[in-house]
Every structure is written in structure tokens, then in C-alpha cells.
Design a protein around this ligand. Structure first.
Ligand SMILES: *[C@@H]1O[C@H](CO)[C@@H](O)[C@H](O)[C@H]1NC(C)=O
Ligand SMILES: *[C@@H]1O[C@H](CO)[C@@H](O)[C@H](O)[C@H]1NC(C)=O
Ligand SMILES: *[C@@H]1O[C@H](CO)[C@@H](O)[C@H](O)[C@H]1NC(C)=O
Ligand SMILES: *[C@@H]1O[C@H](CO)[C@@H](O)[C@H](O)[C@H]1NC(C)=O
Ligand SMILES: *[C@@H]1O[C@H](CO)[C@@H](O)[C@H](O)[C@H]1NC(C)=O
Ligand SMILES: *[C@@H]1O[C@H](CO)[C@@H](O)[C@H](O)[C@H]1NC(C)=O
Length: 418
């Protein structure tokens, strides 16, 4: 998924660089100050900085507890986690405490790519000064301890590419200053909690887990600029309430999330959108006319769906668009520039495997007719839980319309296309 990785790497880097610059500057000062005698006179160091030591001592207890539940450390990452000088531990960064700049505290941990296997201990709650946790690409398993709620300064939480399991870790919702949440590539399952979208997060990266039960209807209340849901099993439709997301949303990746229904006209309200990828779903119906208004859109991937109708000029002439993939659908007509996209220089497109009469690499007539003869059903087919997860507003209507044991499809939520 090259698109996702490029955008994700660009986003946190700004904030991270600032914080780490600050932290490593402090760290270097600390190292310079204590470098000479830390090794042979730890005791002296302990007493001479007694004001800071209470908090660093708590951190020491936390890291020793953590070390006890690390069962594999093939790169010897934690080998120097001995003694009370936690600021010299590999992966641990200290900085002046925001509430008391005269003392140093553990402000960040970065174990990215350490390949450590183990758990997070309850004592992680003692690291209450942490602003950054980066545990990307390890083999941590189990669940996030509830004591994480004690980390009231936490700004970035990246636990991606580990083996965490269970329902969405609700404890992250209690972190008051959390801004960047990355729980990609784990094995979380069940629903995404609606409260996730009430938090002031800039990035919500939950892709490659086992989430299911539809995308919450209040998605649009979020203030995030990047939302990546890809490779989960949500099902259901893109909520029409997504228009409320217009003021912040720039990148929305819904690849391979078992979506059905049609693309809502409301997508056209997302005027800041730069990347939209809904590929590898079962989305039906036409491209909404409103998408001609997405003037910042750079990358659009509609590939591998059941889309039909016209690929119209409105989209093909979007001023910022440089990559338009609509292969593996059932489009049967193109208008204007769409008929000859090679004429747009520096433009990448993929129109293969559609039903376009003039183009090479299209589907057979038989394959096209089978789909094009079927009426488009823009209603949303929610499997499993009877639609309860789609939000209280829709639940009663669904229950009223749907006889038991018949797939739920409420006409009241079907967008009407003329
Ligand atoms: C880690 O330490 C062990 C024991 O000292 C050593 O055998 C091994 O080669 C070290 N591994 C790495 C990657 O340095
Ligand atoms: C929370 O942090 C405080 C220090 O700020 C500490 O005294 C307390 O023990 C911590 N609580 C837990 C549950 O870790
Ligand atoms: C879609 O996601 C499922 C897991 O949810 C995975 O097994 C499958 O390989 C993915 N398909 C594509 C095309 O990425
Ligand atoms: C689309 O729906 C069909 C059956 O209706 C299913 O077999 C297929 O896996 C779905 N594809 C995706 C990408 O969700
Ligand atoms: C265009 O987008 C497709 C689908 O996301 C991607 O596979 C391809 O690499 C992109 N091409 C360029 C040149 O960005
Ligand atoms: C498409 O546009 C290119 C460049 O403008 C031109 O050379 C080519 O003849 C056009 N092809 C068709 C089929 O109109």
C-alpha cells in the first residue's frame, strides 16, 4: 500500500521532529552533564538530584517491571536497562518536566523496530510524563493496560505492527492530549467506538486489524486530517454524515473494508481532500457529480468495485488530480478529457477491465451485461448485528422495515440519483 505509507510517513514527522529535537537536545545536555561520573558514582547522582529523582525513580520501577515481561530481545535492545539512570537506557528520552523545567523526566520512548516480544506491564502507568510512545514493529502482545490512562501528557501513541489483541483499546480515549493514534497492523477486533471521533486527533490509523460492524455514523465529527481504515471488515456504507468532516479531512483510505452501497454525494463536500481510496470494495452505482468539486484531490482510486455509469469530465479535469484509478469496475461511458487521458501530461490513470467500448483491456460483453442489467441498489447492506452499530438514529427504522432473518436494507437511507 504505497499510498498509505507515503502519507503516513509525512504526517507525524513534523510533530515528531519538533518533539524529538527538543527531547534529544535535553538528552544530550543531560548526558554531557552526567557522562563522567554516572558510571562509577550512581549513588552520588541519585542524591545530588533528589528533586528529580522521585519521578525518575518511578520510571526506574516501570522499566524494571517492563524488562521482566520481555521474553525475547534478539537485538539486545534492553541490555543496558540496568541501574537507576533511566535517561541513559536505550530507547528512553528525557526532557525537562513541563510543570517543573528544573527537573528531568522521561518524556519519550522509542523502541521502533526493536523486534522485542513481551507485554506492556501495569507499571507503564508510572511513566506519567510521557509525551511519545513509539513501539512500532515489535512483538508486543496482549492488551494495553488500563494504567495507561495515567499518561495525561501523551501526545503520540504508535503501537503499530505488533500483536495486540482484543477490542478497541478504550483506554486511549481517556488520554486528554492524544493527537496522533496509530494502532495499525495489530489484531484488534469488534467495533470502532463512536467516541473515537469526538477526540481532537489529527491522525486515526487503524488499518490492518480485524475491526468490523460498520463505520460509526459520527465519523464526520472528527477533526482528523488523515483517516486510514483499510484492510478491516467494516461492511456497510460510507456514512452520508461524512460531509461534517469537510473542515479537516485530507486523506481517506477505505481500501478493502467490505463496503457496499453507493458513493454518497456528500463526498463532494470534502473540499480539502487530497487522497481518496475506496478500492477493493463492493461499492455500486455512479461516481457522484459532486466529486467534480474536489479541487485539491490528487489521487483518486475507485478500482476493484462494482461502479457503473459514466466517467465524466468533471472528475477527469480536476486541477490537482495526477493519479486516477478506476479499473476493475463496470463503467460504460467516458466524456470529454476522460476519453483520452493520455493527453493530460504527468497524469497516471488506469481504466482497464471496465465496459468501455472504445478502450483496450475491457471486460467481455457477457460479463458487462450481467452486471449492467441489474438495477443499482444504493441501500446499505449491513451484515451481522442488525444495524445496531450504525447508530441509534437508523436502528429503529431498520428494525421496523426488516423482517427477521432477511438482509436489512432500509430505503430511507438510500441516496437518490436521477
Ligand atoms: C545479544 O547478546 C547475546 C549474548 O551476549 C549475543 O550472543 C548476541 O549475539 C547478541 N545479539 C546481537 C544482535 O547483538
Ligand atoms: C500515576 O502517576 C503518578 C505520578 O504522576 C503516580 O504516583 C501513580 O502511582 C501513577 N498511577 C498508576 C496507576 O500508575
Ligand atoms: C483484504 O483484507 C483481508 C483481511 O481483512 C485480507 O485477507 C485480504 O488479503 C485483503 N485483500 C486485498 C485485496 O488486499
Ligand atoms: C463482494 O461481494 C461478494 C459477494 O457478494 C464477495 O464474495 C466479495 O468478497 C466481496 N468483495 C469485496 C472486495 O468485499
Ligand atoms: C497511482 O495509483 C495507483 C493506485 O493507488 C498506484 O498503484 C500507482 O502506483 C499510482 N501511480 C503513481 C505513478 O503514483
Ligand atoms: C490523445 O491525445 C494525444 C495527445 O494529445 C494525441 O496524440 C492522441 O492522438 C489522442 N488520441 C485520441 C484517440 O484522440
Amino acid at each position: 500500500m504505497p499510498m498509505a505509507s507515503s502519507l503516513v510517513s509525512s504526517l507525524p514527522t513534523r510533530a515528531l521532529l519538533l518533539l524529538l529535537l527538543h527531547i534529544s537536545f535535553s538528552f544530550n545536555k543531560l548526558a554531557a552533564k552526567h557522562g563522567h561520573f554516572a558510571a562509577h558514582n550512581r549513588h552520588h547522582e541519585l542524591r545530588s538530584h533528589s528533586s528529580s529523582n522521585q519521578r525518575l525513580h518511578q520510571a526506574y520501577i516501570a522499566f524494571q517491571a517492563w524488562k521482566r515481561v520481555i521474553y525475547s530481545d534478539p537485538n539486545n535492545f534492553t541490555t543496558n536497562w540496568v541501574g537507576p539512570s533511566v535517561c541513559t537506557y536505550k530507547g528512553v528520552f528525557c526532557a525537562p518536566a513541563p510543570d517543573d523545567p528544573k527537573i528531568r523526566v522521561v518524556a519519550g520512548i522509542d523502541f521502533n523496530f526493536a523486534d522485542i516480544a513481551g507485554f506492556l506491564p501495569n507499571e507503564i502507568g508510572l511513566l506519567s510524563d510521557l509525551a511519545l510512545i513509539h513501539l512500532n514493529s515489535n512483538r508486543f502482545c496482549g492488551i494495553l493496560p488500563e494504567t495507561l490512562a495515567n499518561l495525561t501528557l501523551l501526545y503520540e501513541l504508535d503501537i503499530s505492527n505488533n500483536r495486540f489483541v482484543g477490542p478497541f483499546p478504550m483506554v486511549v480515549l481517556s488520554l486528554p492530549t492524544l493527537y496522533f493514534l496509530d494502532i495499525r497492523y495489530n489484531e484488534f477486533e469488534g467495533s470502532l467506538p463512536p467516541q473515537l471521533f469526538n477526540k481532537k486527533l489529527d491522525a486515526i490509523l487503524v488499518n490492518n486489524n480485524r475491526f468490523s460492524n460498520t463505520i460509526p455514523q459520527n465519523l464526520g465529527l472528527s477533526t482528523a486530517s488523515v483517516v486510514v481504515f483499510a484492510n478491516n471488515n467494516f461492511g456497510g456504507c460510507i456514512p452520508t454524515t461524512i460531509y461534517k468532516f469537510a473542515d479537516t479531512l485530507e486523506e481517506l483510505l477505505l481500501i478493502n473494508t467490505s463496503l457496499t452501497g453507493c458513493l454518497p454525494q456528500e463526498l463532494g463536500f470534502l473540499y480539502k481532500l487530497r487522497v481518496l481510496d475506496v478500492s477493493f470494495n463492493n461499492i455500486t452505482g455512479p461516481i457522484p457529480y459532486s466529486m467534480a468539486g474536489l479541487s485539491h484531490l490528487e489521487q483518486l482510486n475507485l478500482g476493484h468495485n462494482m461502479l457503473t455509469g459514466i466517467v465524466s469530465d468533471g472528475v477527469c479535469i480536476l486541477p490537482s488530480l495526477t493519479n486516477f484509478t478506476f479499473s476493475y469496475n463496470y463503467f460504460c461511458e467516458e466524456t470529454g478529457v476522460c476519453q483520452n487521458l493520455t493527453s493530460r501530461s504527468g497524469f497516471t490513470f488506469d481504466d482497464r477491465r471496465n465496459c468501455l467500448p472504445e478502450k483496450p483491456f475491457q471486460r467481455s460483453k457477457k460479463e458487462c451485461d450481467a452486471v449492467l442489467e441489474r438495477p443499482v441498489d444504493c441501500s446499505c447492506c449491513v451484515s451481522g448485528g442488525g444495524g445496531a452499530a450504525a447508530g441509534p438514529a437508523f436502528a429503529p427504522a431498520r428494525a421496523a422495515f426488516a423482517p427477521a432473518a432477511v438482509p436489512v436494507s432500509s430505503p430511507s437511507i438510500a441516496p437518490s440519483y436521477s
